[in-house]
Design a protein around this ligand. Structure first.
Ligand code: SF4
Length: 219
């Protein structure tokens, strides 16, 4: 079903987001990390894998590979074994090793702090780059994951399906001083109350303002 963006609701986006932000003061990225390099590795591992599994794998991984040169220099097969339980381990190992090699060769051993360079790294797309910028470099940015995309459409913030276009719409309707909270809050809302299959609208703090809910209830 396609939900057309409601202009009145779009103008309420800031208000709707504030209610959700207040509802989830604890909203934070679920991946454990202590540096941009650790977050980059965790994000690559998180594709098609739970945050819990990633965190349990990275606990030992971060101890074994403390520097970017450790990832760049490891034999691919060894890294594959270390991350096997996260699934798609061959592609993930290749991305981590190649991203590390590029960071060593082109970026002086430092994870880049800007979007253009981050998206040059294997395994890092615009969503992941924005999350790294937001969490590590004090650069407010919105990473559009599956939860953010679904919520943006349901709440009437965007009627796009392409994550880059949804990001653009979100940046247009939510004030920039709140961007650093958008991915954290919408992702948590998507994981707790507003799941893809069975949203718990009766418990939702923005039920009366939600475009999707209005369509569902016919009001
Ligand atoms: S009212 Fe329902 S569909 Fe709308 S945001 Fe809340 S849980 Fe999601």
């Amino acid at each position: 079903m396609i939900f057309k963006r409601d202009r009145r609701l779009t103008s309420q986006a800031g208000e709707i987001f504030d209610i959700l932000d207040d509802h989830y003061p604890e909203a934070a990225i679920a991946l454990n990390f202590e540096s941009p390099l650790q977050l980059l590795v965790a994000i690559i591992l998180a594709a098609q894998c739970t945050d819990e599994r990633v965190n349990s794998v990275t606990e030992g991984l971060f101890r074994k590979y403390p520097t970017v040169k450790d990832y760049a220099g490891v034999k691919l097969q060894e890294l594959e074994e270390d991350i096997r339980s996260t699934g798609f381990y061959r592609n993930k190992a290749k991305s981590i090793k190649n991203a590390a090699a590029l960071i060593v060769d082109e970026f002086n051993d430092k994870v880049p702090d800007n979007l253009d360079d981050l998206v040059k790294l294997p395994g890092i797309g615009r969503k992941s780059a924005n999350i790294i910028l937001n969490e590590c470099f004090d650069t407010p940015a919105i990473g559009v994951d599956t939860h953010v995309l679904r919520l943006s459409r349901r709440l009437g913030f965007s009627d796009e399906k392409n994550p880059d276009k949804v990001e653009k719409d979100l940046c247009a309707v939510i004030p920039s001083e709140k961007w650093h909270r958008v991915t954290r809050v919408l992702t948590l809302h998507g994981k707790t109350l507003c799941s893809a299959r069975k949203p718990l609208c009766g418990q939702c703090p923005v039920e009366k303002l939600c475009a999707w809910r209005k369509t569902e209830s016919g009001s």
